[in-house]
Design a protein around this ligand. Sequence first.
Ligand code: MN
Length: 415
Amino acid sequence: MKPSFEKLEHLLHGYKTESVALVARASEFAERAHEGQLRESGVSYFHHTFATALILAEWRMPPAIIAAGFLHDVPEDTKFSLGDIEKNFGKDIASIVEGETKLSSLKYRGRERYAENLRKMFFAIAKDLRVVIVKFADRIDNLKTLDIFPEEKRRRIALETLEIYAPIANRLGMGDAKGQLEDLAFPHVYPKEHEWLTKLIEGKLEEKSQRMEKVQRIARDELGRAKIQVVNLHGRTKRLYSLYRKLIKRDRDLSRVYDLIALRVIVKTTADCYAVLGVIHNRFKPLKGRIKDYIAQPKPNGYRSLHTTVFSDDGEIVEFQVRTEEMHEDAEYGVAAHWRYDEGRRSAAPSARQLKWMEELARIQKELHDREAFLETVDELKIDFFKNRIFIFTPKLRNHAFTLYNQAVHDRTGD
Ligand code: MN
C-alpha cells in the first residue's frame, strides 16, 4: 500500500500555499529519515507517519500539527535528532515532537486503580494539547495494524486505548477521536463480545434505517413548513463500542436502545434548535422522560444538543438530536475544534471551553507538581515502579504493614 499523496493534497485544499509547503517539507524529511525502515507489520515506517498526518489533516488541523504528525517518530527511531528537527522546522514543531517521544514511554499495564493516575500523567507529560491530538492520530493508525502482534501485546495496547486514551479524548470532548479509538480497540480487548454484537446488529441497521426514512421525510416537510433553515438532516449510526456499553446497561436487549440510528438535525441558531424541538413534538408524540436539554445544561465534557425520543405514526421509536453547526463541530472535535484550520467562522480567541480546558490542564499539572516525589516518578517514567511496590507511611503499623507488603508482593508475582 502506497501513501496517497492525492488524498493529502485534497484534504489540504483551502490551506495557504506556505502551509501546504510546510507539510510537504515535513513529509519529505520524514520519508528521508525513515528510508528503508520497515515496521513489524512489514509496512514502511514512513507509511505510518504518513497515515498519522493524514488523520490530522482529516481533522483539519493547522500545518504545524500535521507536520509534527509526519515527524513524530523521527527522534526515537531514526538517526536524526530533535535538534535536527528544530533546525529544520523551528522550536514550536520540535516541542510537539518532543512531547510525542516523552509520551511514548508511558505504558498502562492493566491495573485498573492506576488508570486515573496515568491519565493525569498523560496530561502532565503532554503539557501541550497539540501533543495529545497528534498522539491520538498516532494511536488510531497503530490500532489499525495491531493484528500482526502477539495476542498479549495486542491486548495491552488496545486495553490502554480503552482505559487511558479514549477517556481522555472524551474529557476533551473529541467525539470523533474517542469513537475511532474505542471501535478500533474493541475487537482486541473483547473479541467474543465484538463478534456477538456484530452478528446481533447484522441486517438490523439496514432495516431500521429503512423504517426511519418516512419519519425523516415528514420531519423535513414539517420543518420546511415552519420556515426553519435546516443545514443538515441525516441519520447517524451509533458507534459500535458505545452501543456495546449501552447494551450492557440494558440487559443486552437491543429493543431498549433507542438511538441505534438517530436523526440528527443541524440548524443555524440556538433559538432554531428549540423551534425544531417544538415542531417535532407537535407532530410526533414524545416519550416521557426522554427530553434532554444539553444546551441549557451541557454534559461535563461540554457536549451540547437537544435530544428527544418520539413515536412515529407506525409506532417506530426514533431519537432526534438537534444542534447548531458550532455545537456539532464541538461534539466531533472538542478542544481540537479551536485549532481547526481557518474556516472563517471562528475567531483566533480561545473559546470558553478551550479556556476551561487550559485551566483544567494547569490544575492537573500543578497538582502533580506539588507532589514532587510523584513528579520525579513521572520524569523517570518508570511506571512499572508502582507494580510491585506498596508504600506505607505509618510507622506504628510497620509490622502489620510488612506482612501486608509481603502478601501483596506474593500475590502479584503469582498473577
Ligand atoms: Mn508512531
